[in-house]
Design a protein. Structure first.
Length: 509
C-alpha cells in the first residue's frame, strides 16, 4: 500500500477511479530506480533533492513519489558517524554548559573539550552531532525486487489497495472463488456469499458474488482491519478473471469504485495471503488438537458451500465419517459485531437437511438462538474444547452404528479361513462396532480376527512351548494373522521376554 497522501484517483461523474500507471510511465520508473542506485553512499537529503528534480520534470509529482516510496522500502539507510550521535550530543551539551557558548570561538572551545572527552577530533564530533537525522542518513544499499515494468505493476497494485482502504463494502466475482474465500477467512474479514440470478451470471466470471464488509463498519481495530481488507486484493488479482465493486467512504461522501481483471493490476511478487494458516488462533488451536485424537472422523478444512436461501455460507470445517458417506459441518462463531452475528443466525435459519455443530463465543450470548434452529451449540471462551465436539460426534456415531447394524444380516459366513473384522467392515461400508451383534458360525473371534477352528487346531500343532517369538510370528504370518498376541493368548502361551533380543513362548499360568 501507499500512504493516503499519494493516492491518485479521479472523481469524475461521482465515481472513484484510480489513476493507474501505464507502459508510457516505464521510463519514469526506470529513472526513479536509477536515481536511488546512483545515490548509494550519499545522504538522504541529496537523494530527496534529485527526486524533487524528477518531480518537476514529470506530469504528476505524486507518481514519482509513489514509485520512490516503493523503492525506499527496498533501501537501507545507515548513520555515518565516528561516534554515536546521542553520545556526541551529550558530550557537546555538557561542554557547552561548562564553557558558556555564545560566540563561534566559544563553540570551537566547547567542541575541543567535548572531543577530548570522547576520544575523537572536533571535526568528527561536529559531523556526528546530528548524523542520525533522516536527511543526513546515508543510503547504504538499494536492492529493488522489481525492474521498471514490475515497479509499474507494483505501483498499480499498491494504488488500488490504498483506494480500497476506505471501502465500507466490496462485492467480488472471481474465477477462483474457493481461493478467494480461503483468503477472506484467513484474513478474518467478515463476508457473505450471494447467489446470482441468470442475468447477473451472464455478466461475470462466476455464479456467486462474495460480499465483504469493510473496516469502517467496525467499532474497533479499524486500521488493522483496513490493511487486511486492502491485502485481499493480492489474492483477487492473482485469478484469471474477476470483477470488484466497492463502496468507498470518501471523507463522508459515498462513491463507487470498479475494478476488474481488465485493469492493469497484477501481483509481481505475490506473497500469498494464505500464509496465515487459519482464520483465527481459535481455529488453528482446535484443528491442531483434533488431529491428535484417534476418532473415526476426519477433519476437512473449508468444505463446499452450503445454500441458505439466496445466500451461501462456507463453514469453517466438516467432519467426515470414515465408514460411510456422512458429513457433519462445524462453524466457529467468533466475530464481534452484532450485525455480523445476526447475518450468521439468518444463514443458519436458511439451512435445511444439514448436520451442523456451532461453537459460539459465550460473549455473543446467542447459544439459545442457535439451539432453536436444531443445530448443536457448544459454548466456548478462549478455546473450543475438543472433548465437547468429540462428545457430539460420538452421539452421531452411535446413531450411524445402529443404522448400519440394522442393515446387516444376523450372521455372516466369510469364505476366507482367516479374515480381520476391519476388512469385513470395510467391505460392508460400516464400522467394526456395527459387527458386534453379528454371528459368524463358521469362525471364532480371536481379538479382531475371525479364524476357522481348523486353523487354530493346525496352529496348535505347529507352535509349542520354548519356541522363539520370531519363529512363532513366522508361522502366524503364513496363516494370515496380523495380531500375534491375541492368537498366542488363545493357544495358551505368553511371551517371556529376554531383554531387547526377543522372547520365548511359555505356557500361561
Amino acid at each position: 500500500m501507499l500512504t493516503k497522501d499519494l493516492l491518485r484517483v479521479s472523481r469524475a461523474g461521482g465515481g472513484y477511479h484510480p489513476q493507474f500507471a501505464g507502459r508510457e510511465h516505464r521510463p519514469l520508473a526506470a529513472r526513479v530506480i536509477g536515481t536511488f542506485q546512483g545515490h548509494v553512499g550519499e545522504p538522504r537529503a541529496d537523494l530527496e533533492d534529485a527526486l524533487t528534480d524528477l518531480e518537476r520534470d514529470a506530469d504528476d509529482f505524486k507518481l514519482v513519489r509513489g514509485f520512490a516510496a516503493l523503492i525506499d522500502r527496498e533501501s537501507t539507510f545507515e548513520t555515518d558517524a565516528a561516534i554515536d550521535p546521542e553520545r556526541a550530543r551529550r558530550a557537546a551539551f555538557e561542554a557547552g554548559e561548562a564553557v558558556g557558548v555564545v560566540t563561534e570561538a566559544e563553540r570551537g572551545a566547547a567542541l575541543d573539550r567535548a572531543s577530548d572527552s570522547v576520544g575523537c577530533t572536533p571535526a568528527a564530533l561536529a559531523a556526528a552531532l546530528y548524523a542520525d537525522l533522516d536527511e543526513r542518513q546515508v543510503l547504504e544499499s538499494v536492492d529493488p525486487r522489481w525492474d521498471p515494468d514490475d515497479l509499474v505493476a507494483q505501483y498499480n497494485l499498491s494504488l488500488a489497495q490504498t483506494a480500497l482502504f476506505d471501502a465500507t463494502e466490496i462485492r467480488v466475482r472471481s474465477s477462483d472463488p474457493k481461493a478467494l474465500v480461503s483468503a477472506i477467512k484467513r484474513l478474518r474479514l467478515m463476508y457473505e456469499i450471494r447467489k446470482l440470478d441468470e442475468s447477473e451470471v451472464a455478466s461475470g466470471p462466476t455464479e456467486r458474488e462474495i460480499v465483504v464488509t469493510g473496516p469502517t463498519r467496525l467499532f474497533r481495530a479499524t486500521r488493522r482491519y483496513g490493511t487486511r481488507f486492502a491485502r485481499l486484493l493480492r489474492t483477487i488479482a492473482k485469478t484469471d478473471a474477476w470483477t470488484l465493486e466497492a463502496t468507498i467512504d470518501d471523507r463522508g461522501t459515498e462513491r463507487r469504485l470498479d475494478l476488474s481483471s481488465e485493469d492493469p493490476i497484477r501481483v509481481p511478487d505475490a506473497d500469498p495471503v494464505a500464509d496465515v494458516s487459519f482464520d483465527s488462533s481459535v481455529e488453528a488451536d482446535f484443528a491442531g488438537r483434533f488431529s491428535t485424537l484417534d476418532l473415526d472422523w476426519s477433519l476437512v478444512r473449508e468444505p463446499e458451500p452450503l445454500a441458505t436461501g439466496t445466500r451461501v455460507m462456507i463453514p469453517d470445517f466438516a467432519f467426515e465419517y470414515k465408514h460411510g458417506h456422512f458429513r457433519v459441518y462445524f462453524e466457529i462463531m467468533g466475530f464481534w459485531t452484532p450485525e455480523y452475528v445476526e447475518k450468521k443466525l439468518g444463514q443458519l435459519e436458511g439451512l435445511e437437511d444439514v448436520e451442523l455443530i456451532v461453537a459460539v463465543d459465550e460473549s455473543l450470548g446467542v447459544g439459545e438462538e442457535i439451539a432453536a434452529t436444531d443445530f448443536r451449540a457448544i459454548p466456548y471462551s478462549g478455546t473450543v474444547r475438543v472433548k465437547d465436539v468429540a462428545d457430539v460426534l460420538r452421539e452421531y456415531e452411535r446413531q450411524l452404528v445402529a443404522e448400519s447394524a440394522a442393515g446387516l444380516p444376523d450372521e455372516l459366513r466369510p469364505e476366507a479361513d482367516v479374515v480381520s473384522l476391519e476388512s469385513i467392515a470395510a467391505r460392508r461400508g460400516v464400522s467394526e462396532d456395527a459387527l458386534a451383534d453379528v454371528a459368524f458360525p463358521a469362525h471364532d473371534r480371536v481379538g479382531r480376527t475371525l479364524v476357522r477352528p481348523a486353523v487354530l487346531d493346525a496352529l496348535a500343532d505347529e507352535i509349542e512351548t520354548g519356541m522363539s517369538l520370531s519363529d512363532a510370528e513366522d508361522v502366524l504370518d503364513r496363516h494370515g494373522f496380523d495380531d500375534a498376541s491375541a492368537v498366542l493368548s488363545r493357544l495358551g502361551y505368553r511371551v517371556e521376554w529376554e531383554g531387547l533380543a526377543g522372547g520365548t513362548l511359555v505356557d500361561r499360568e
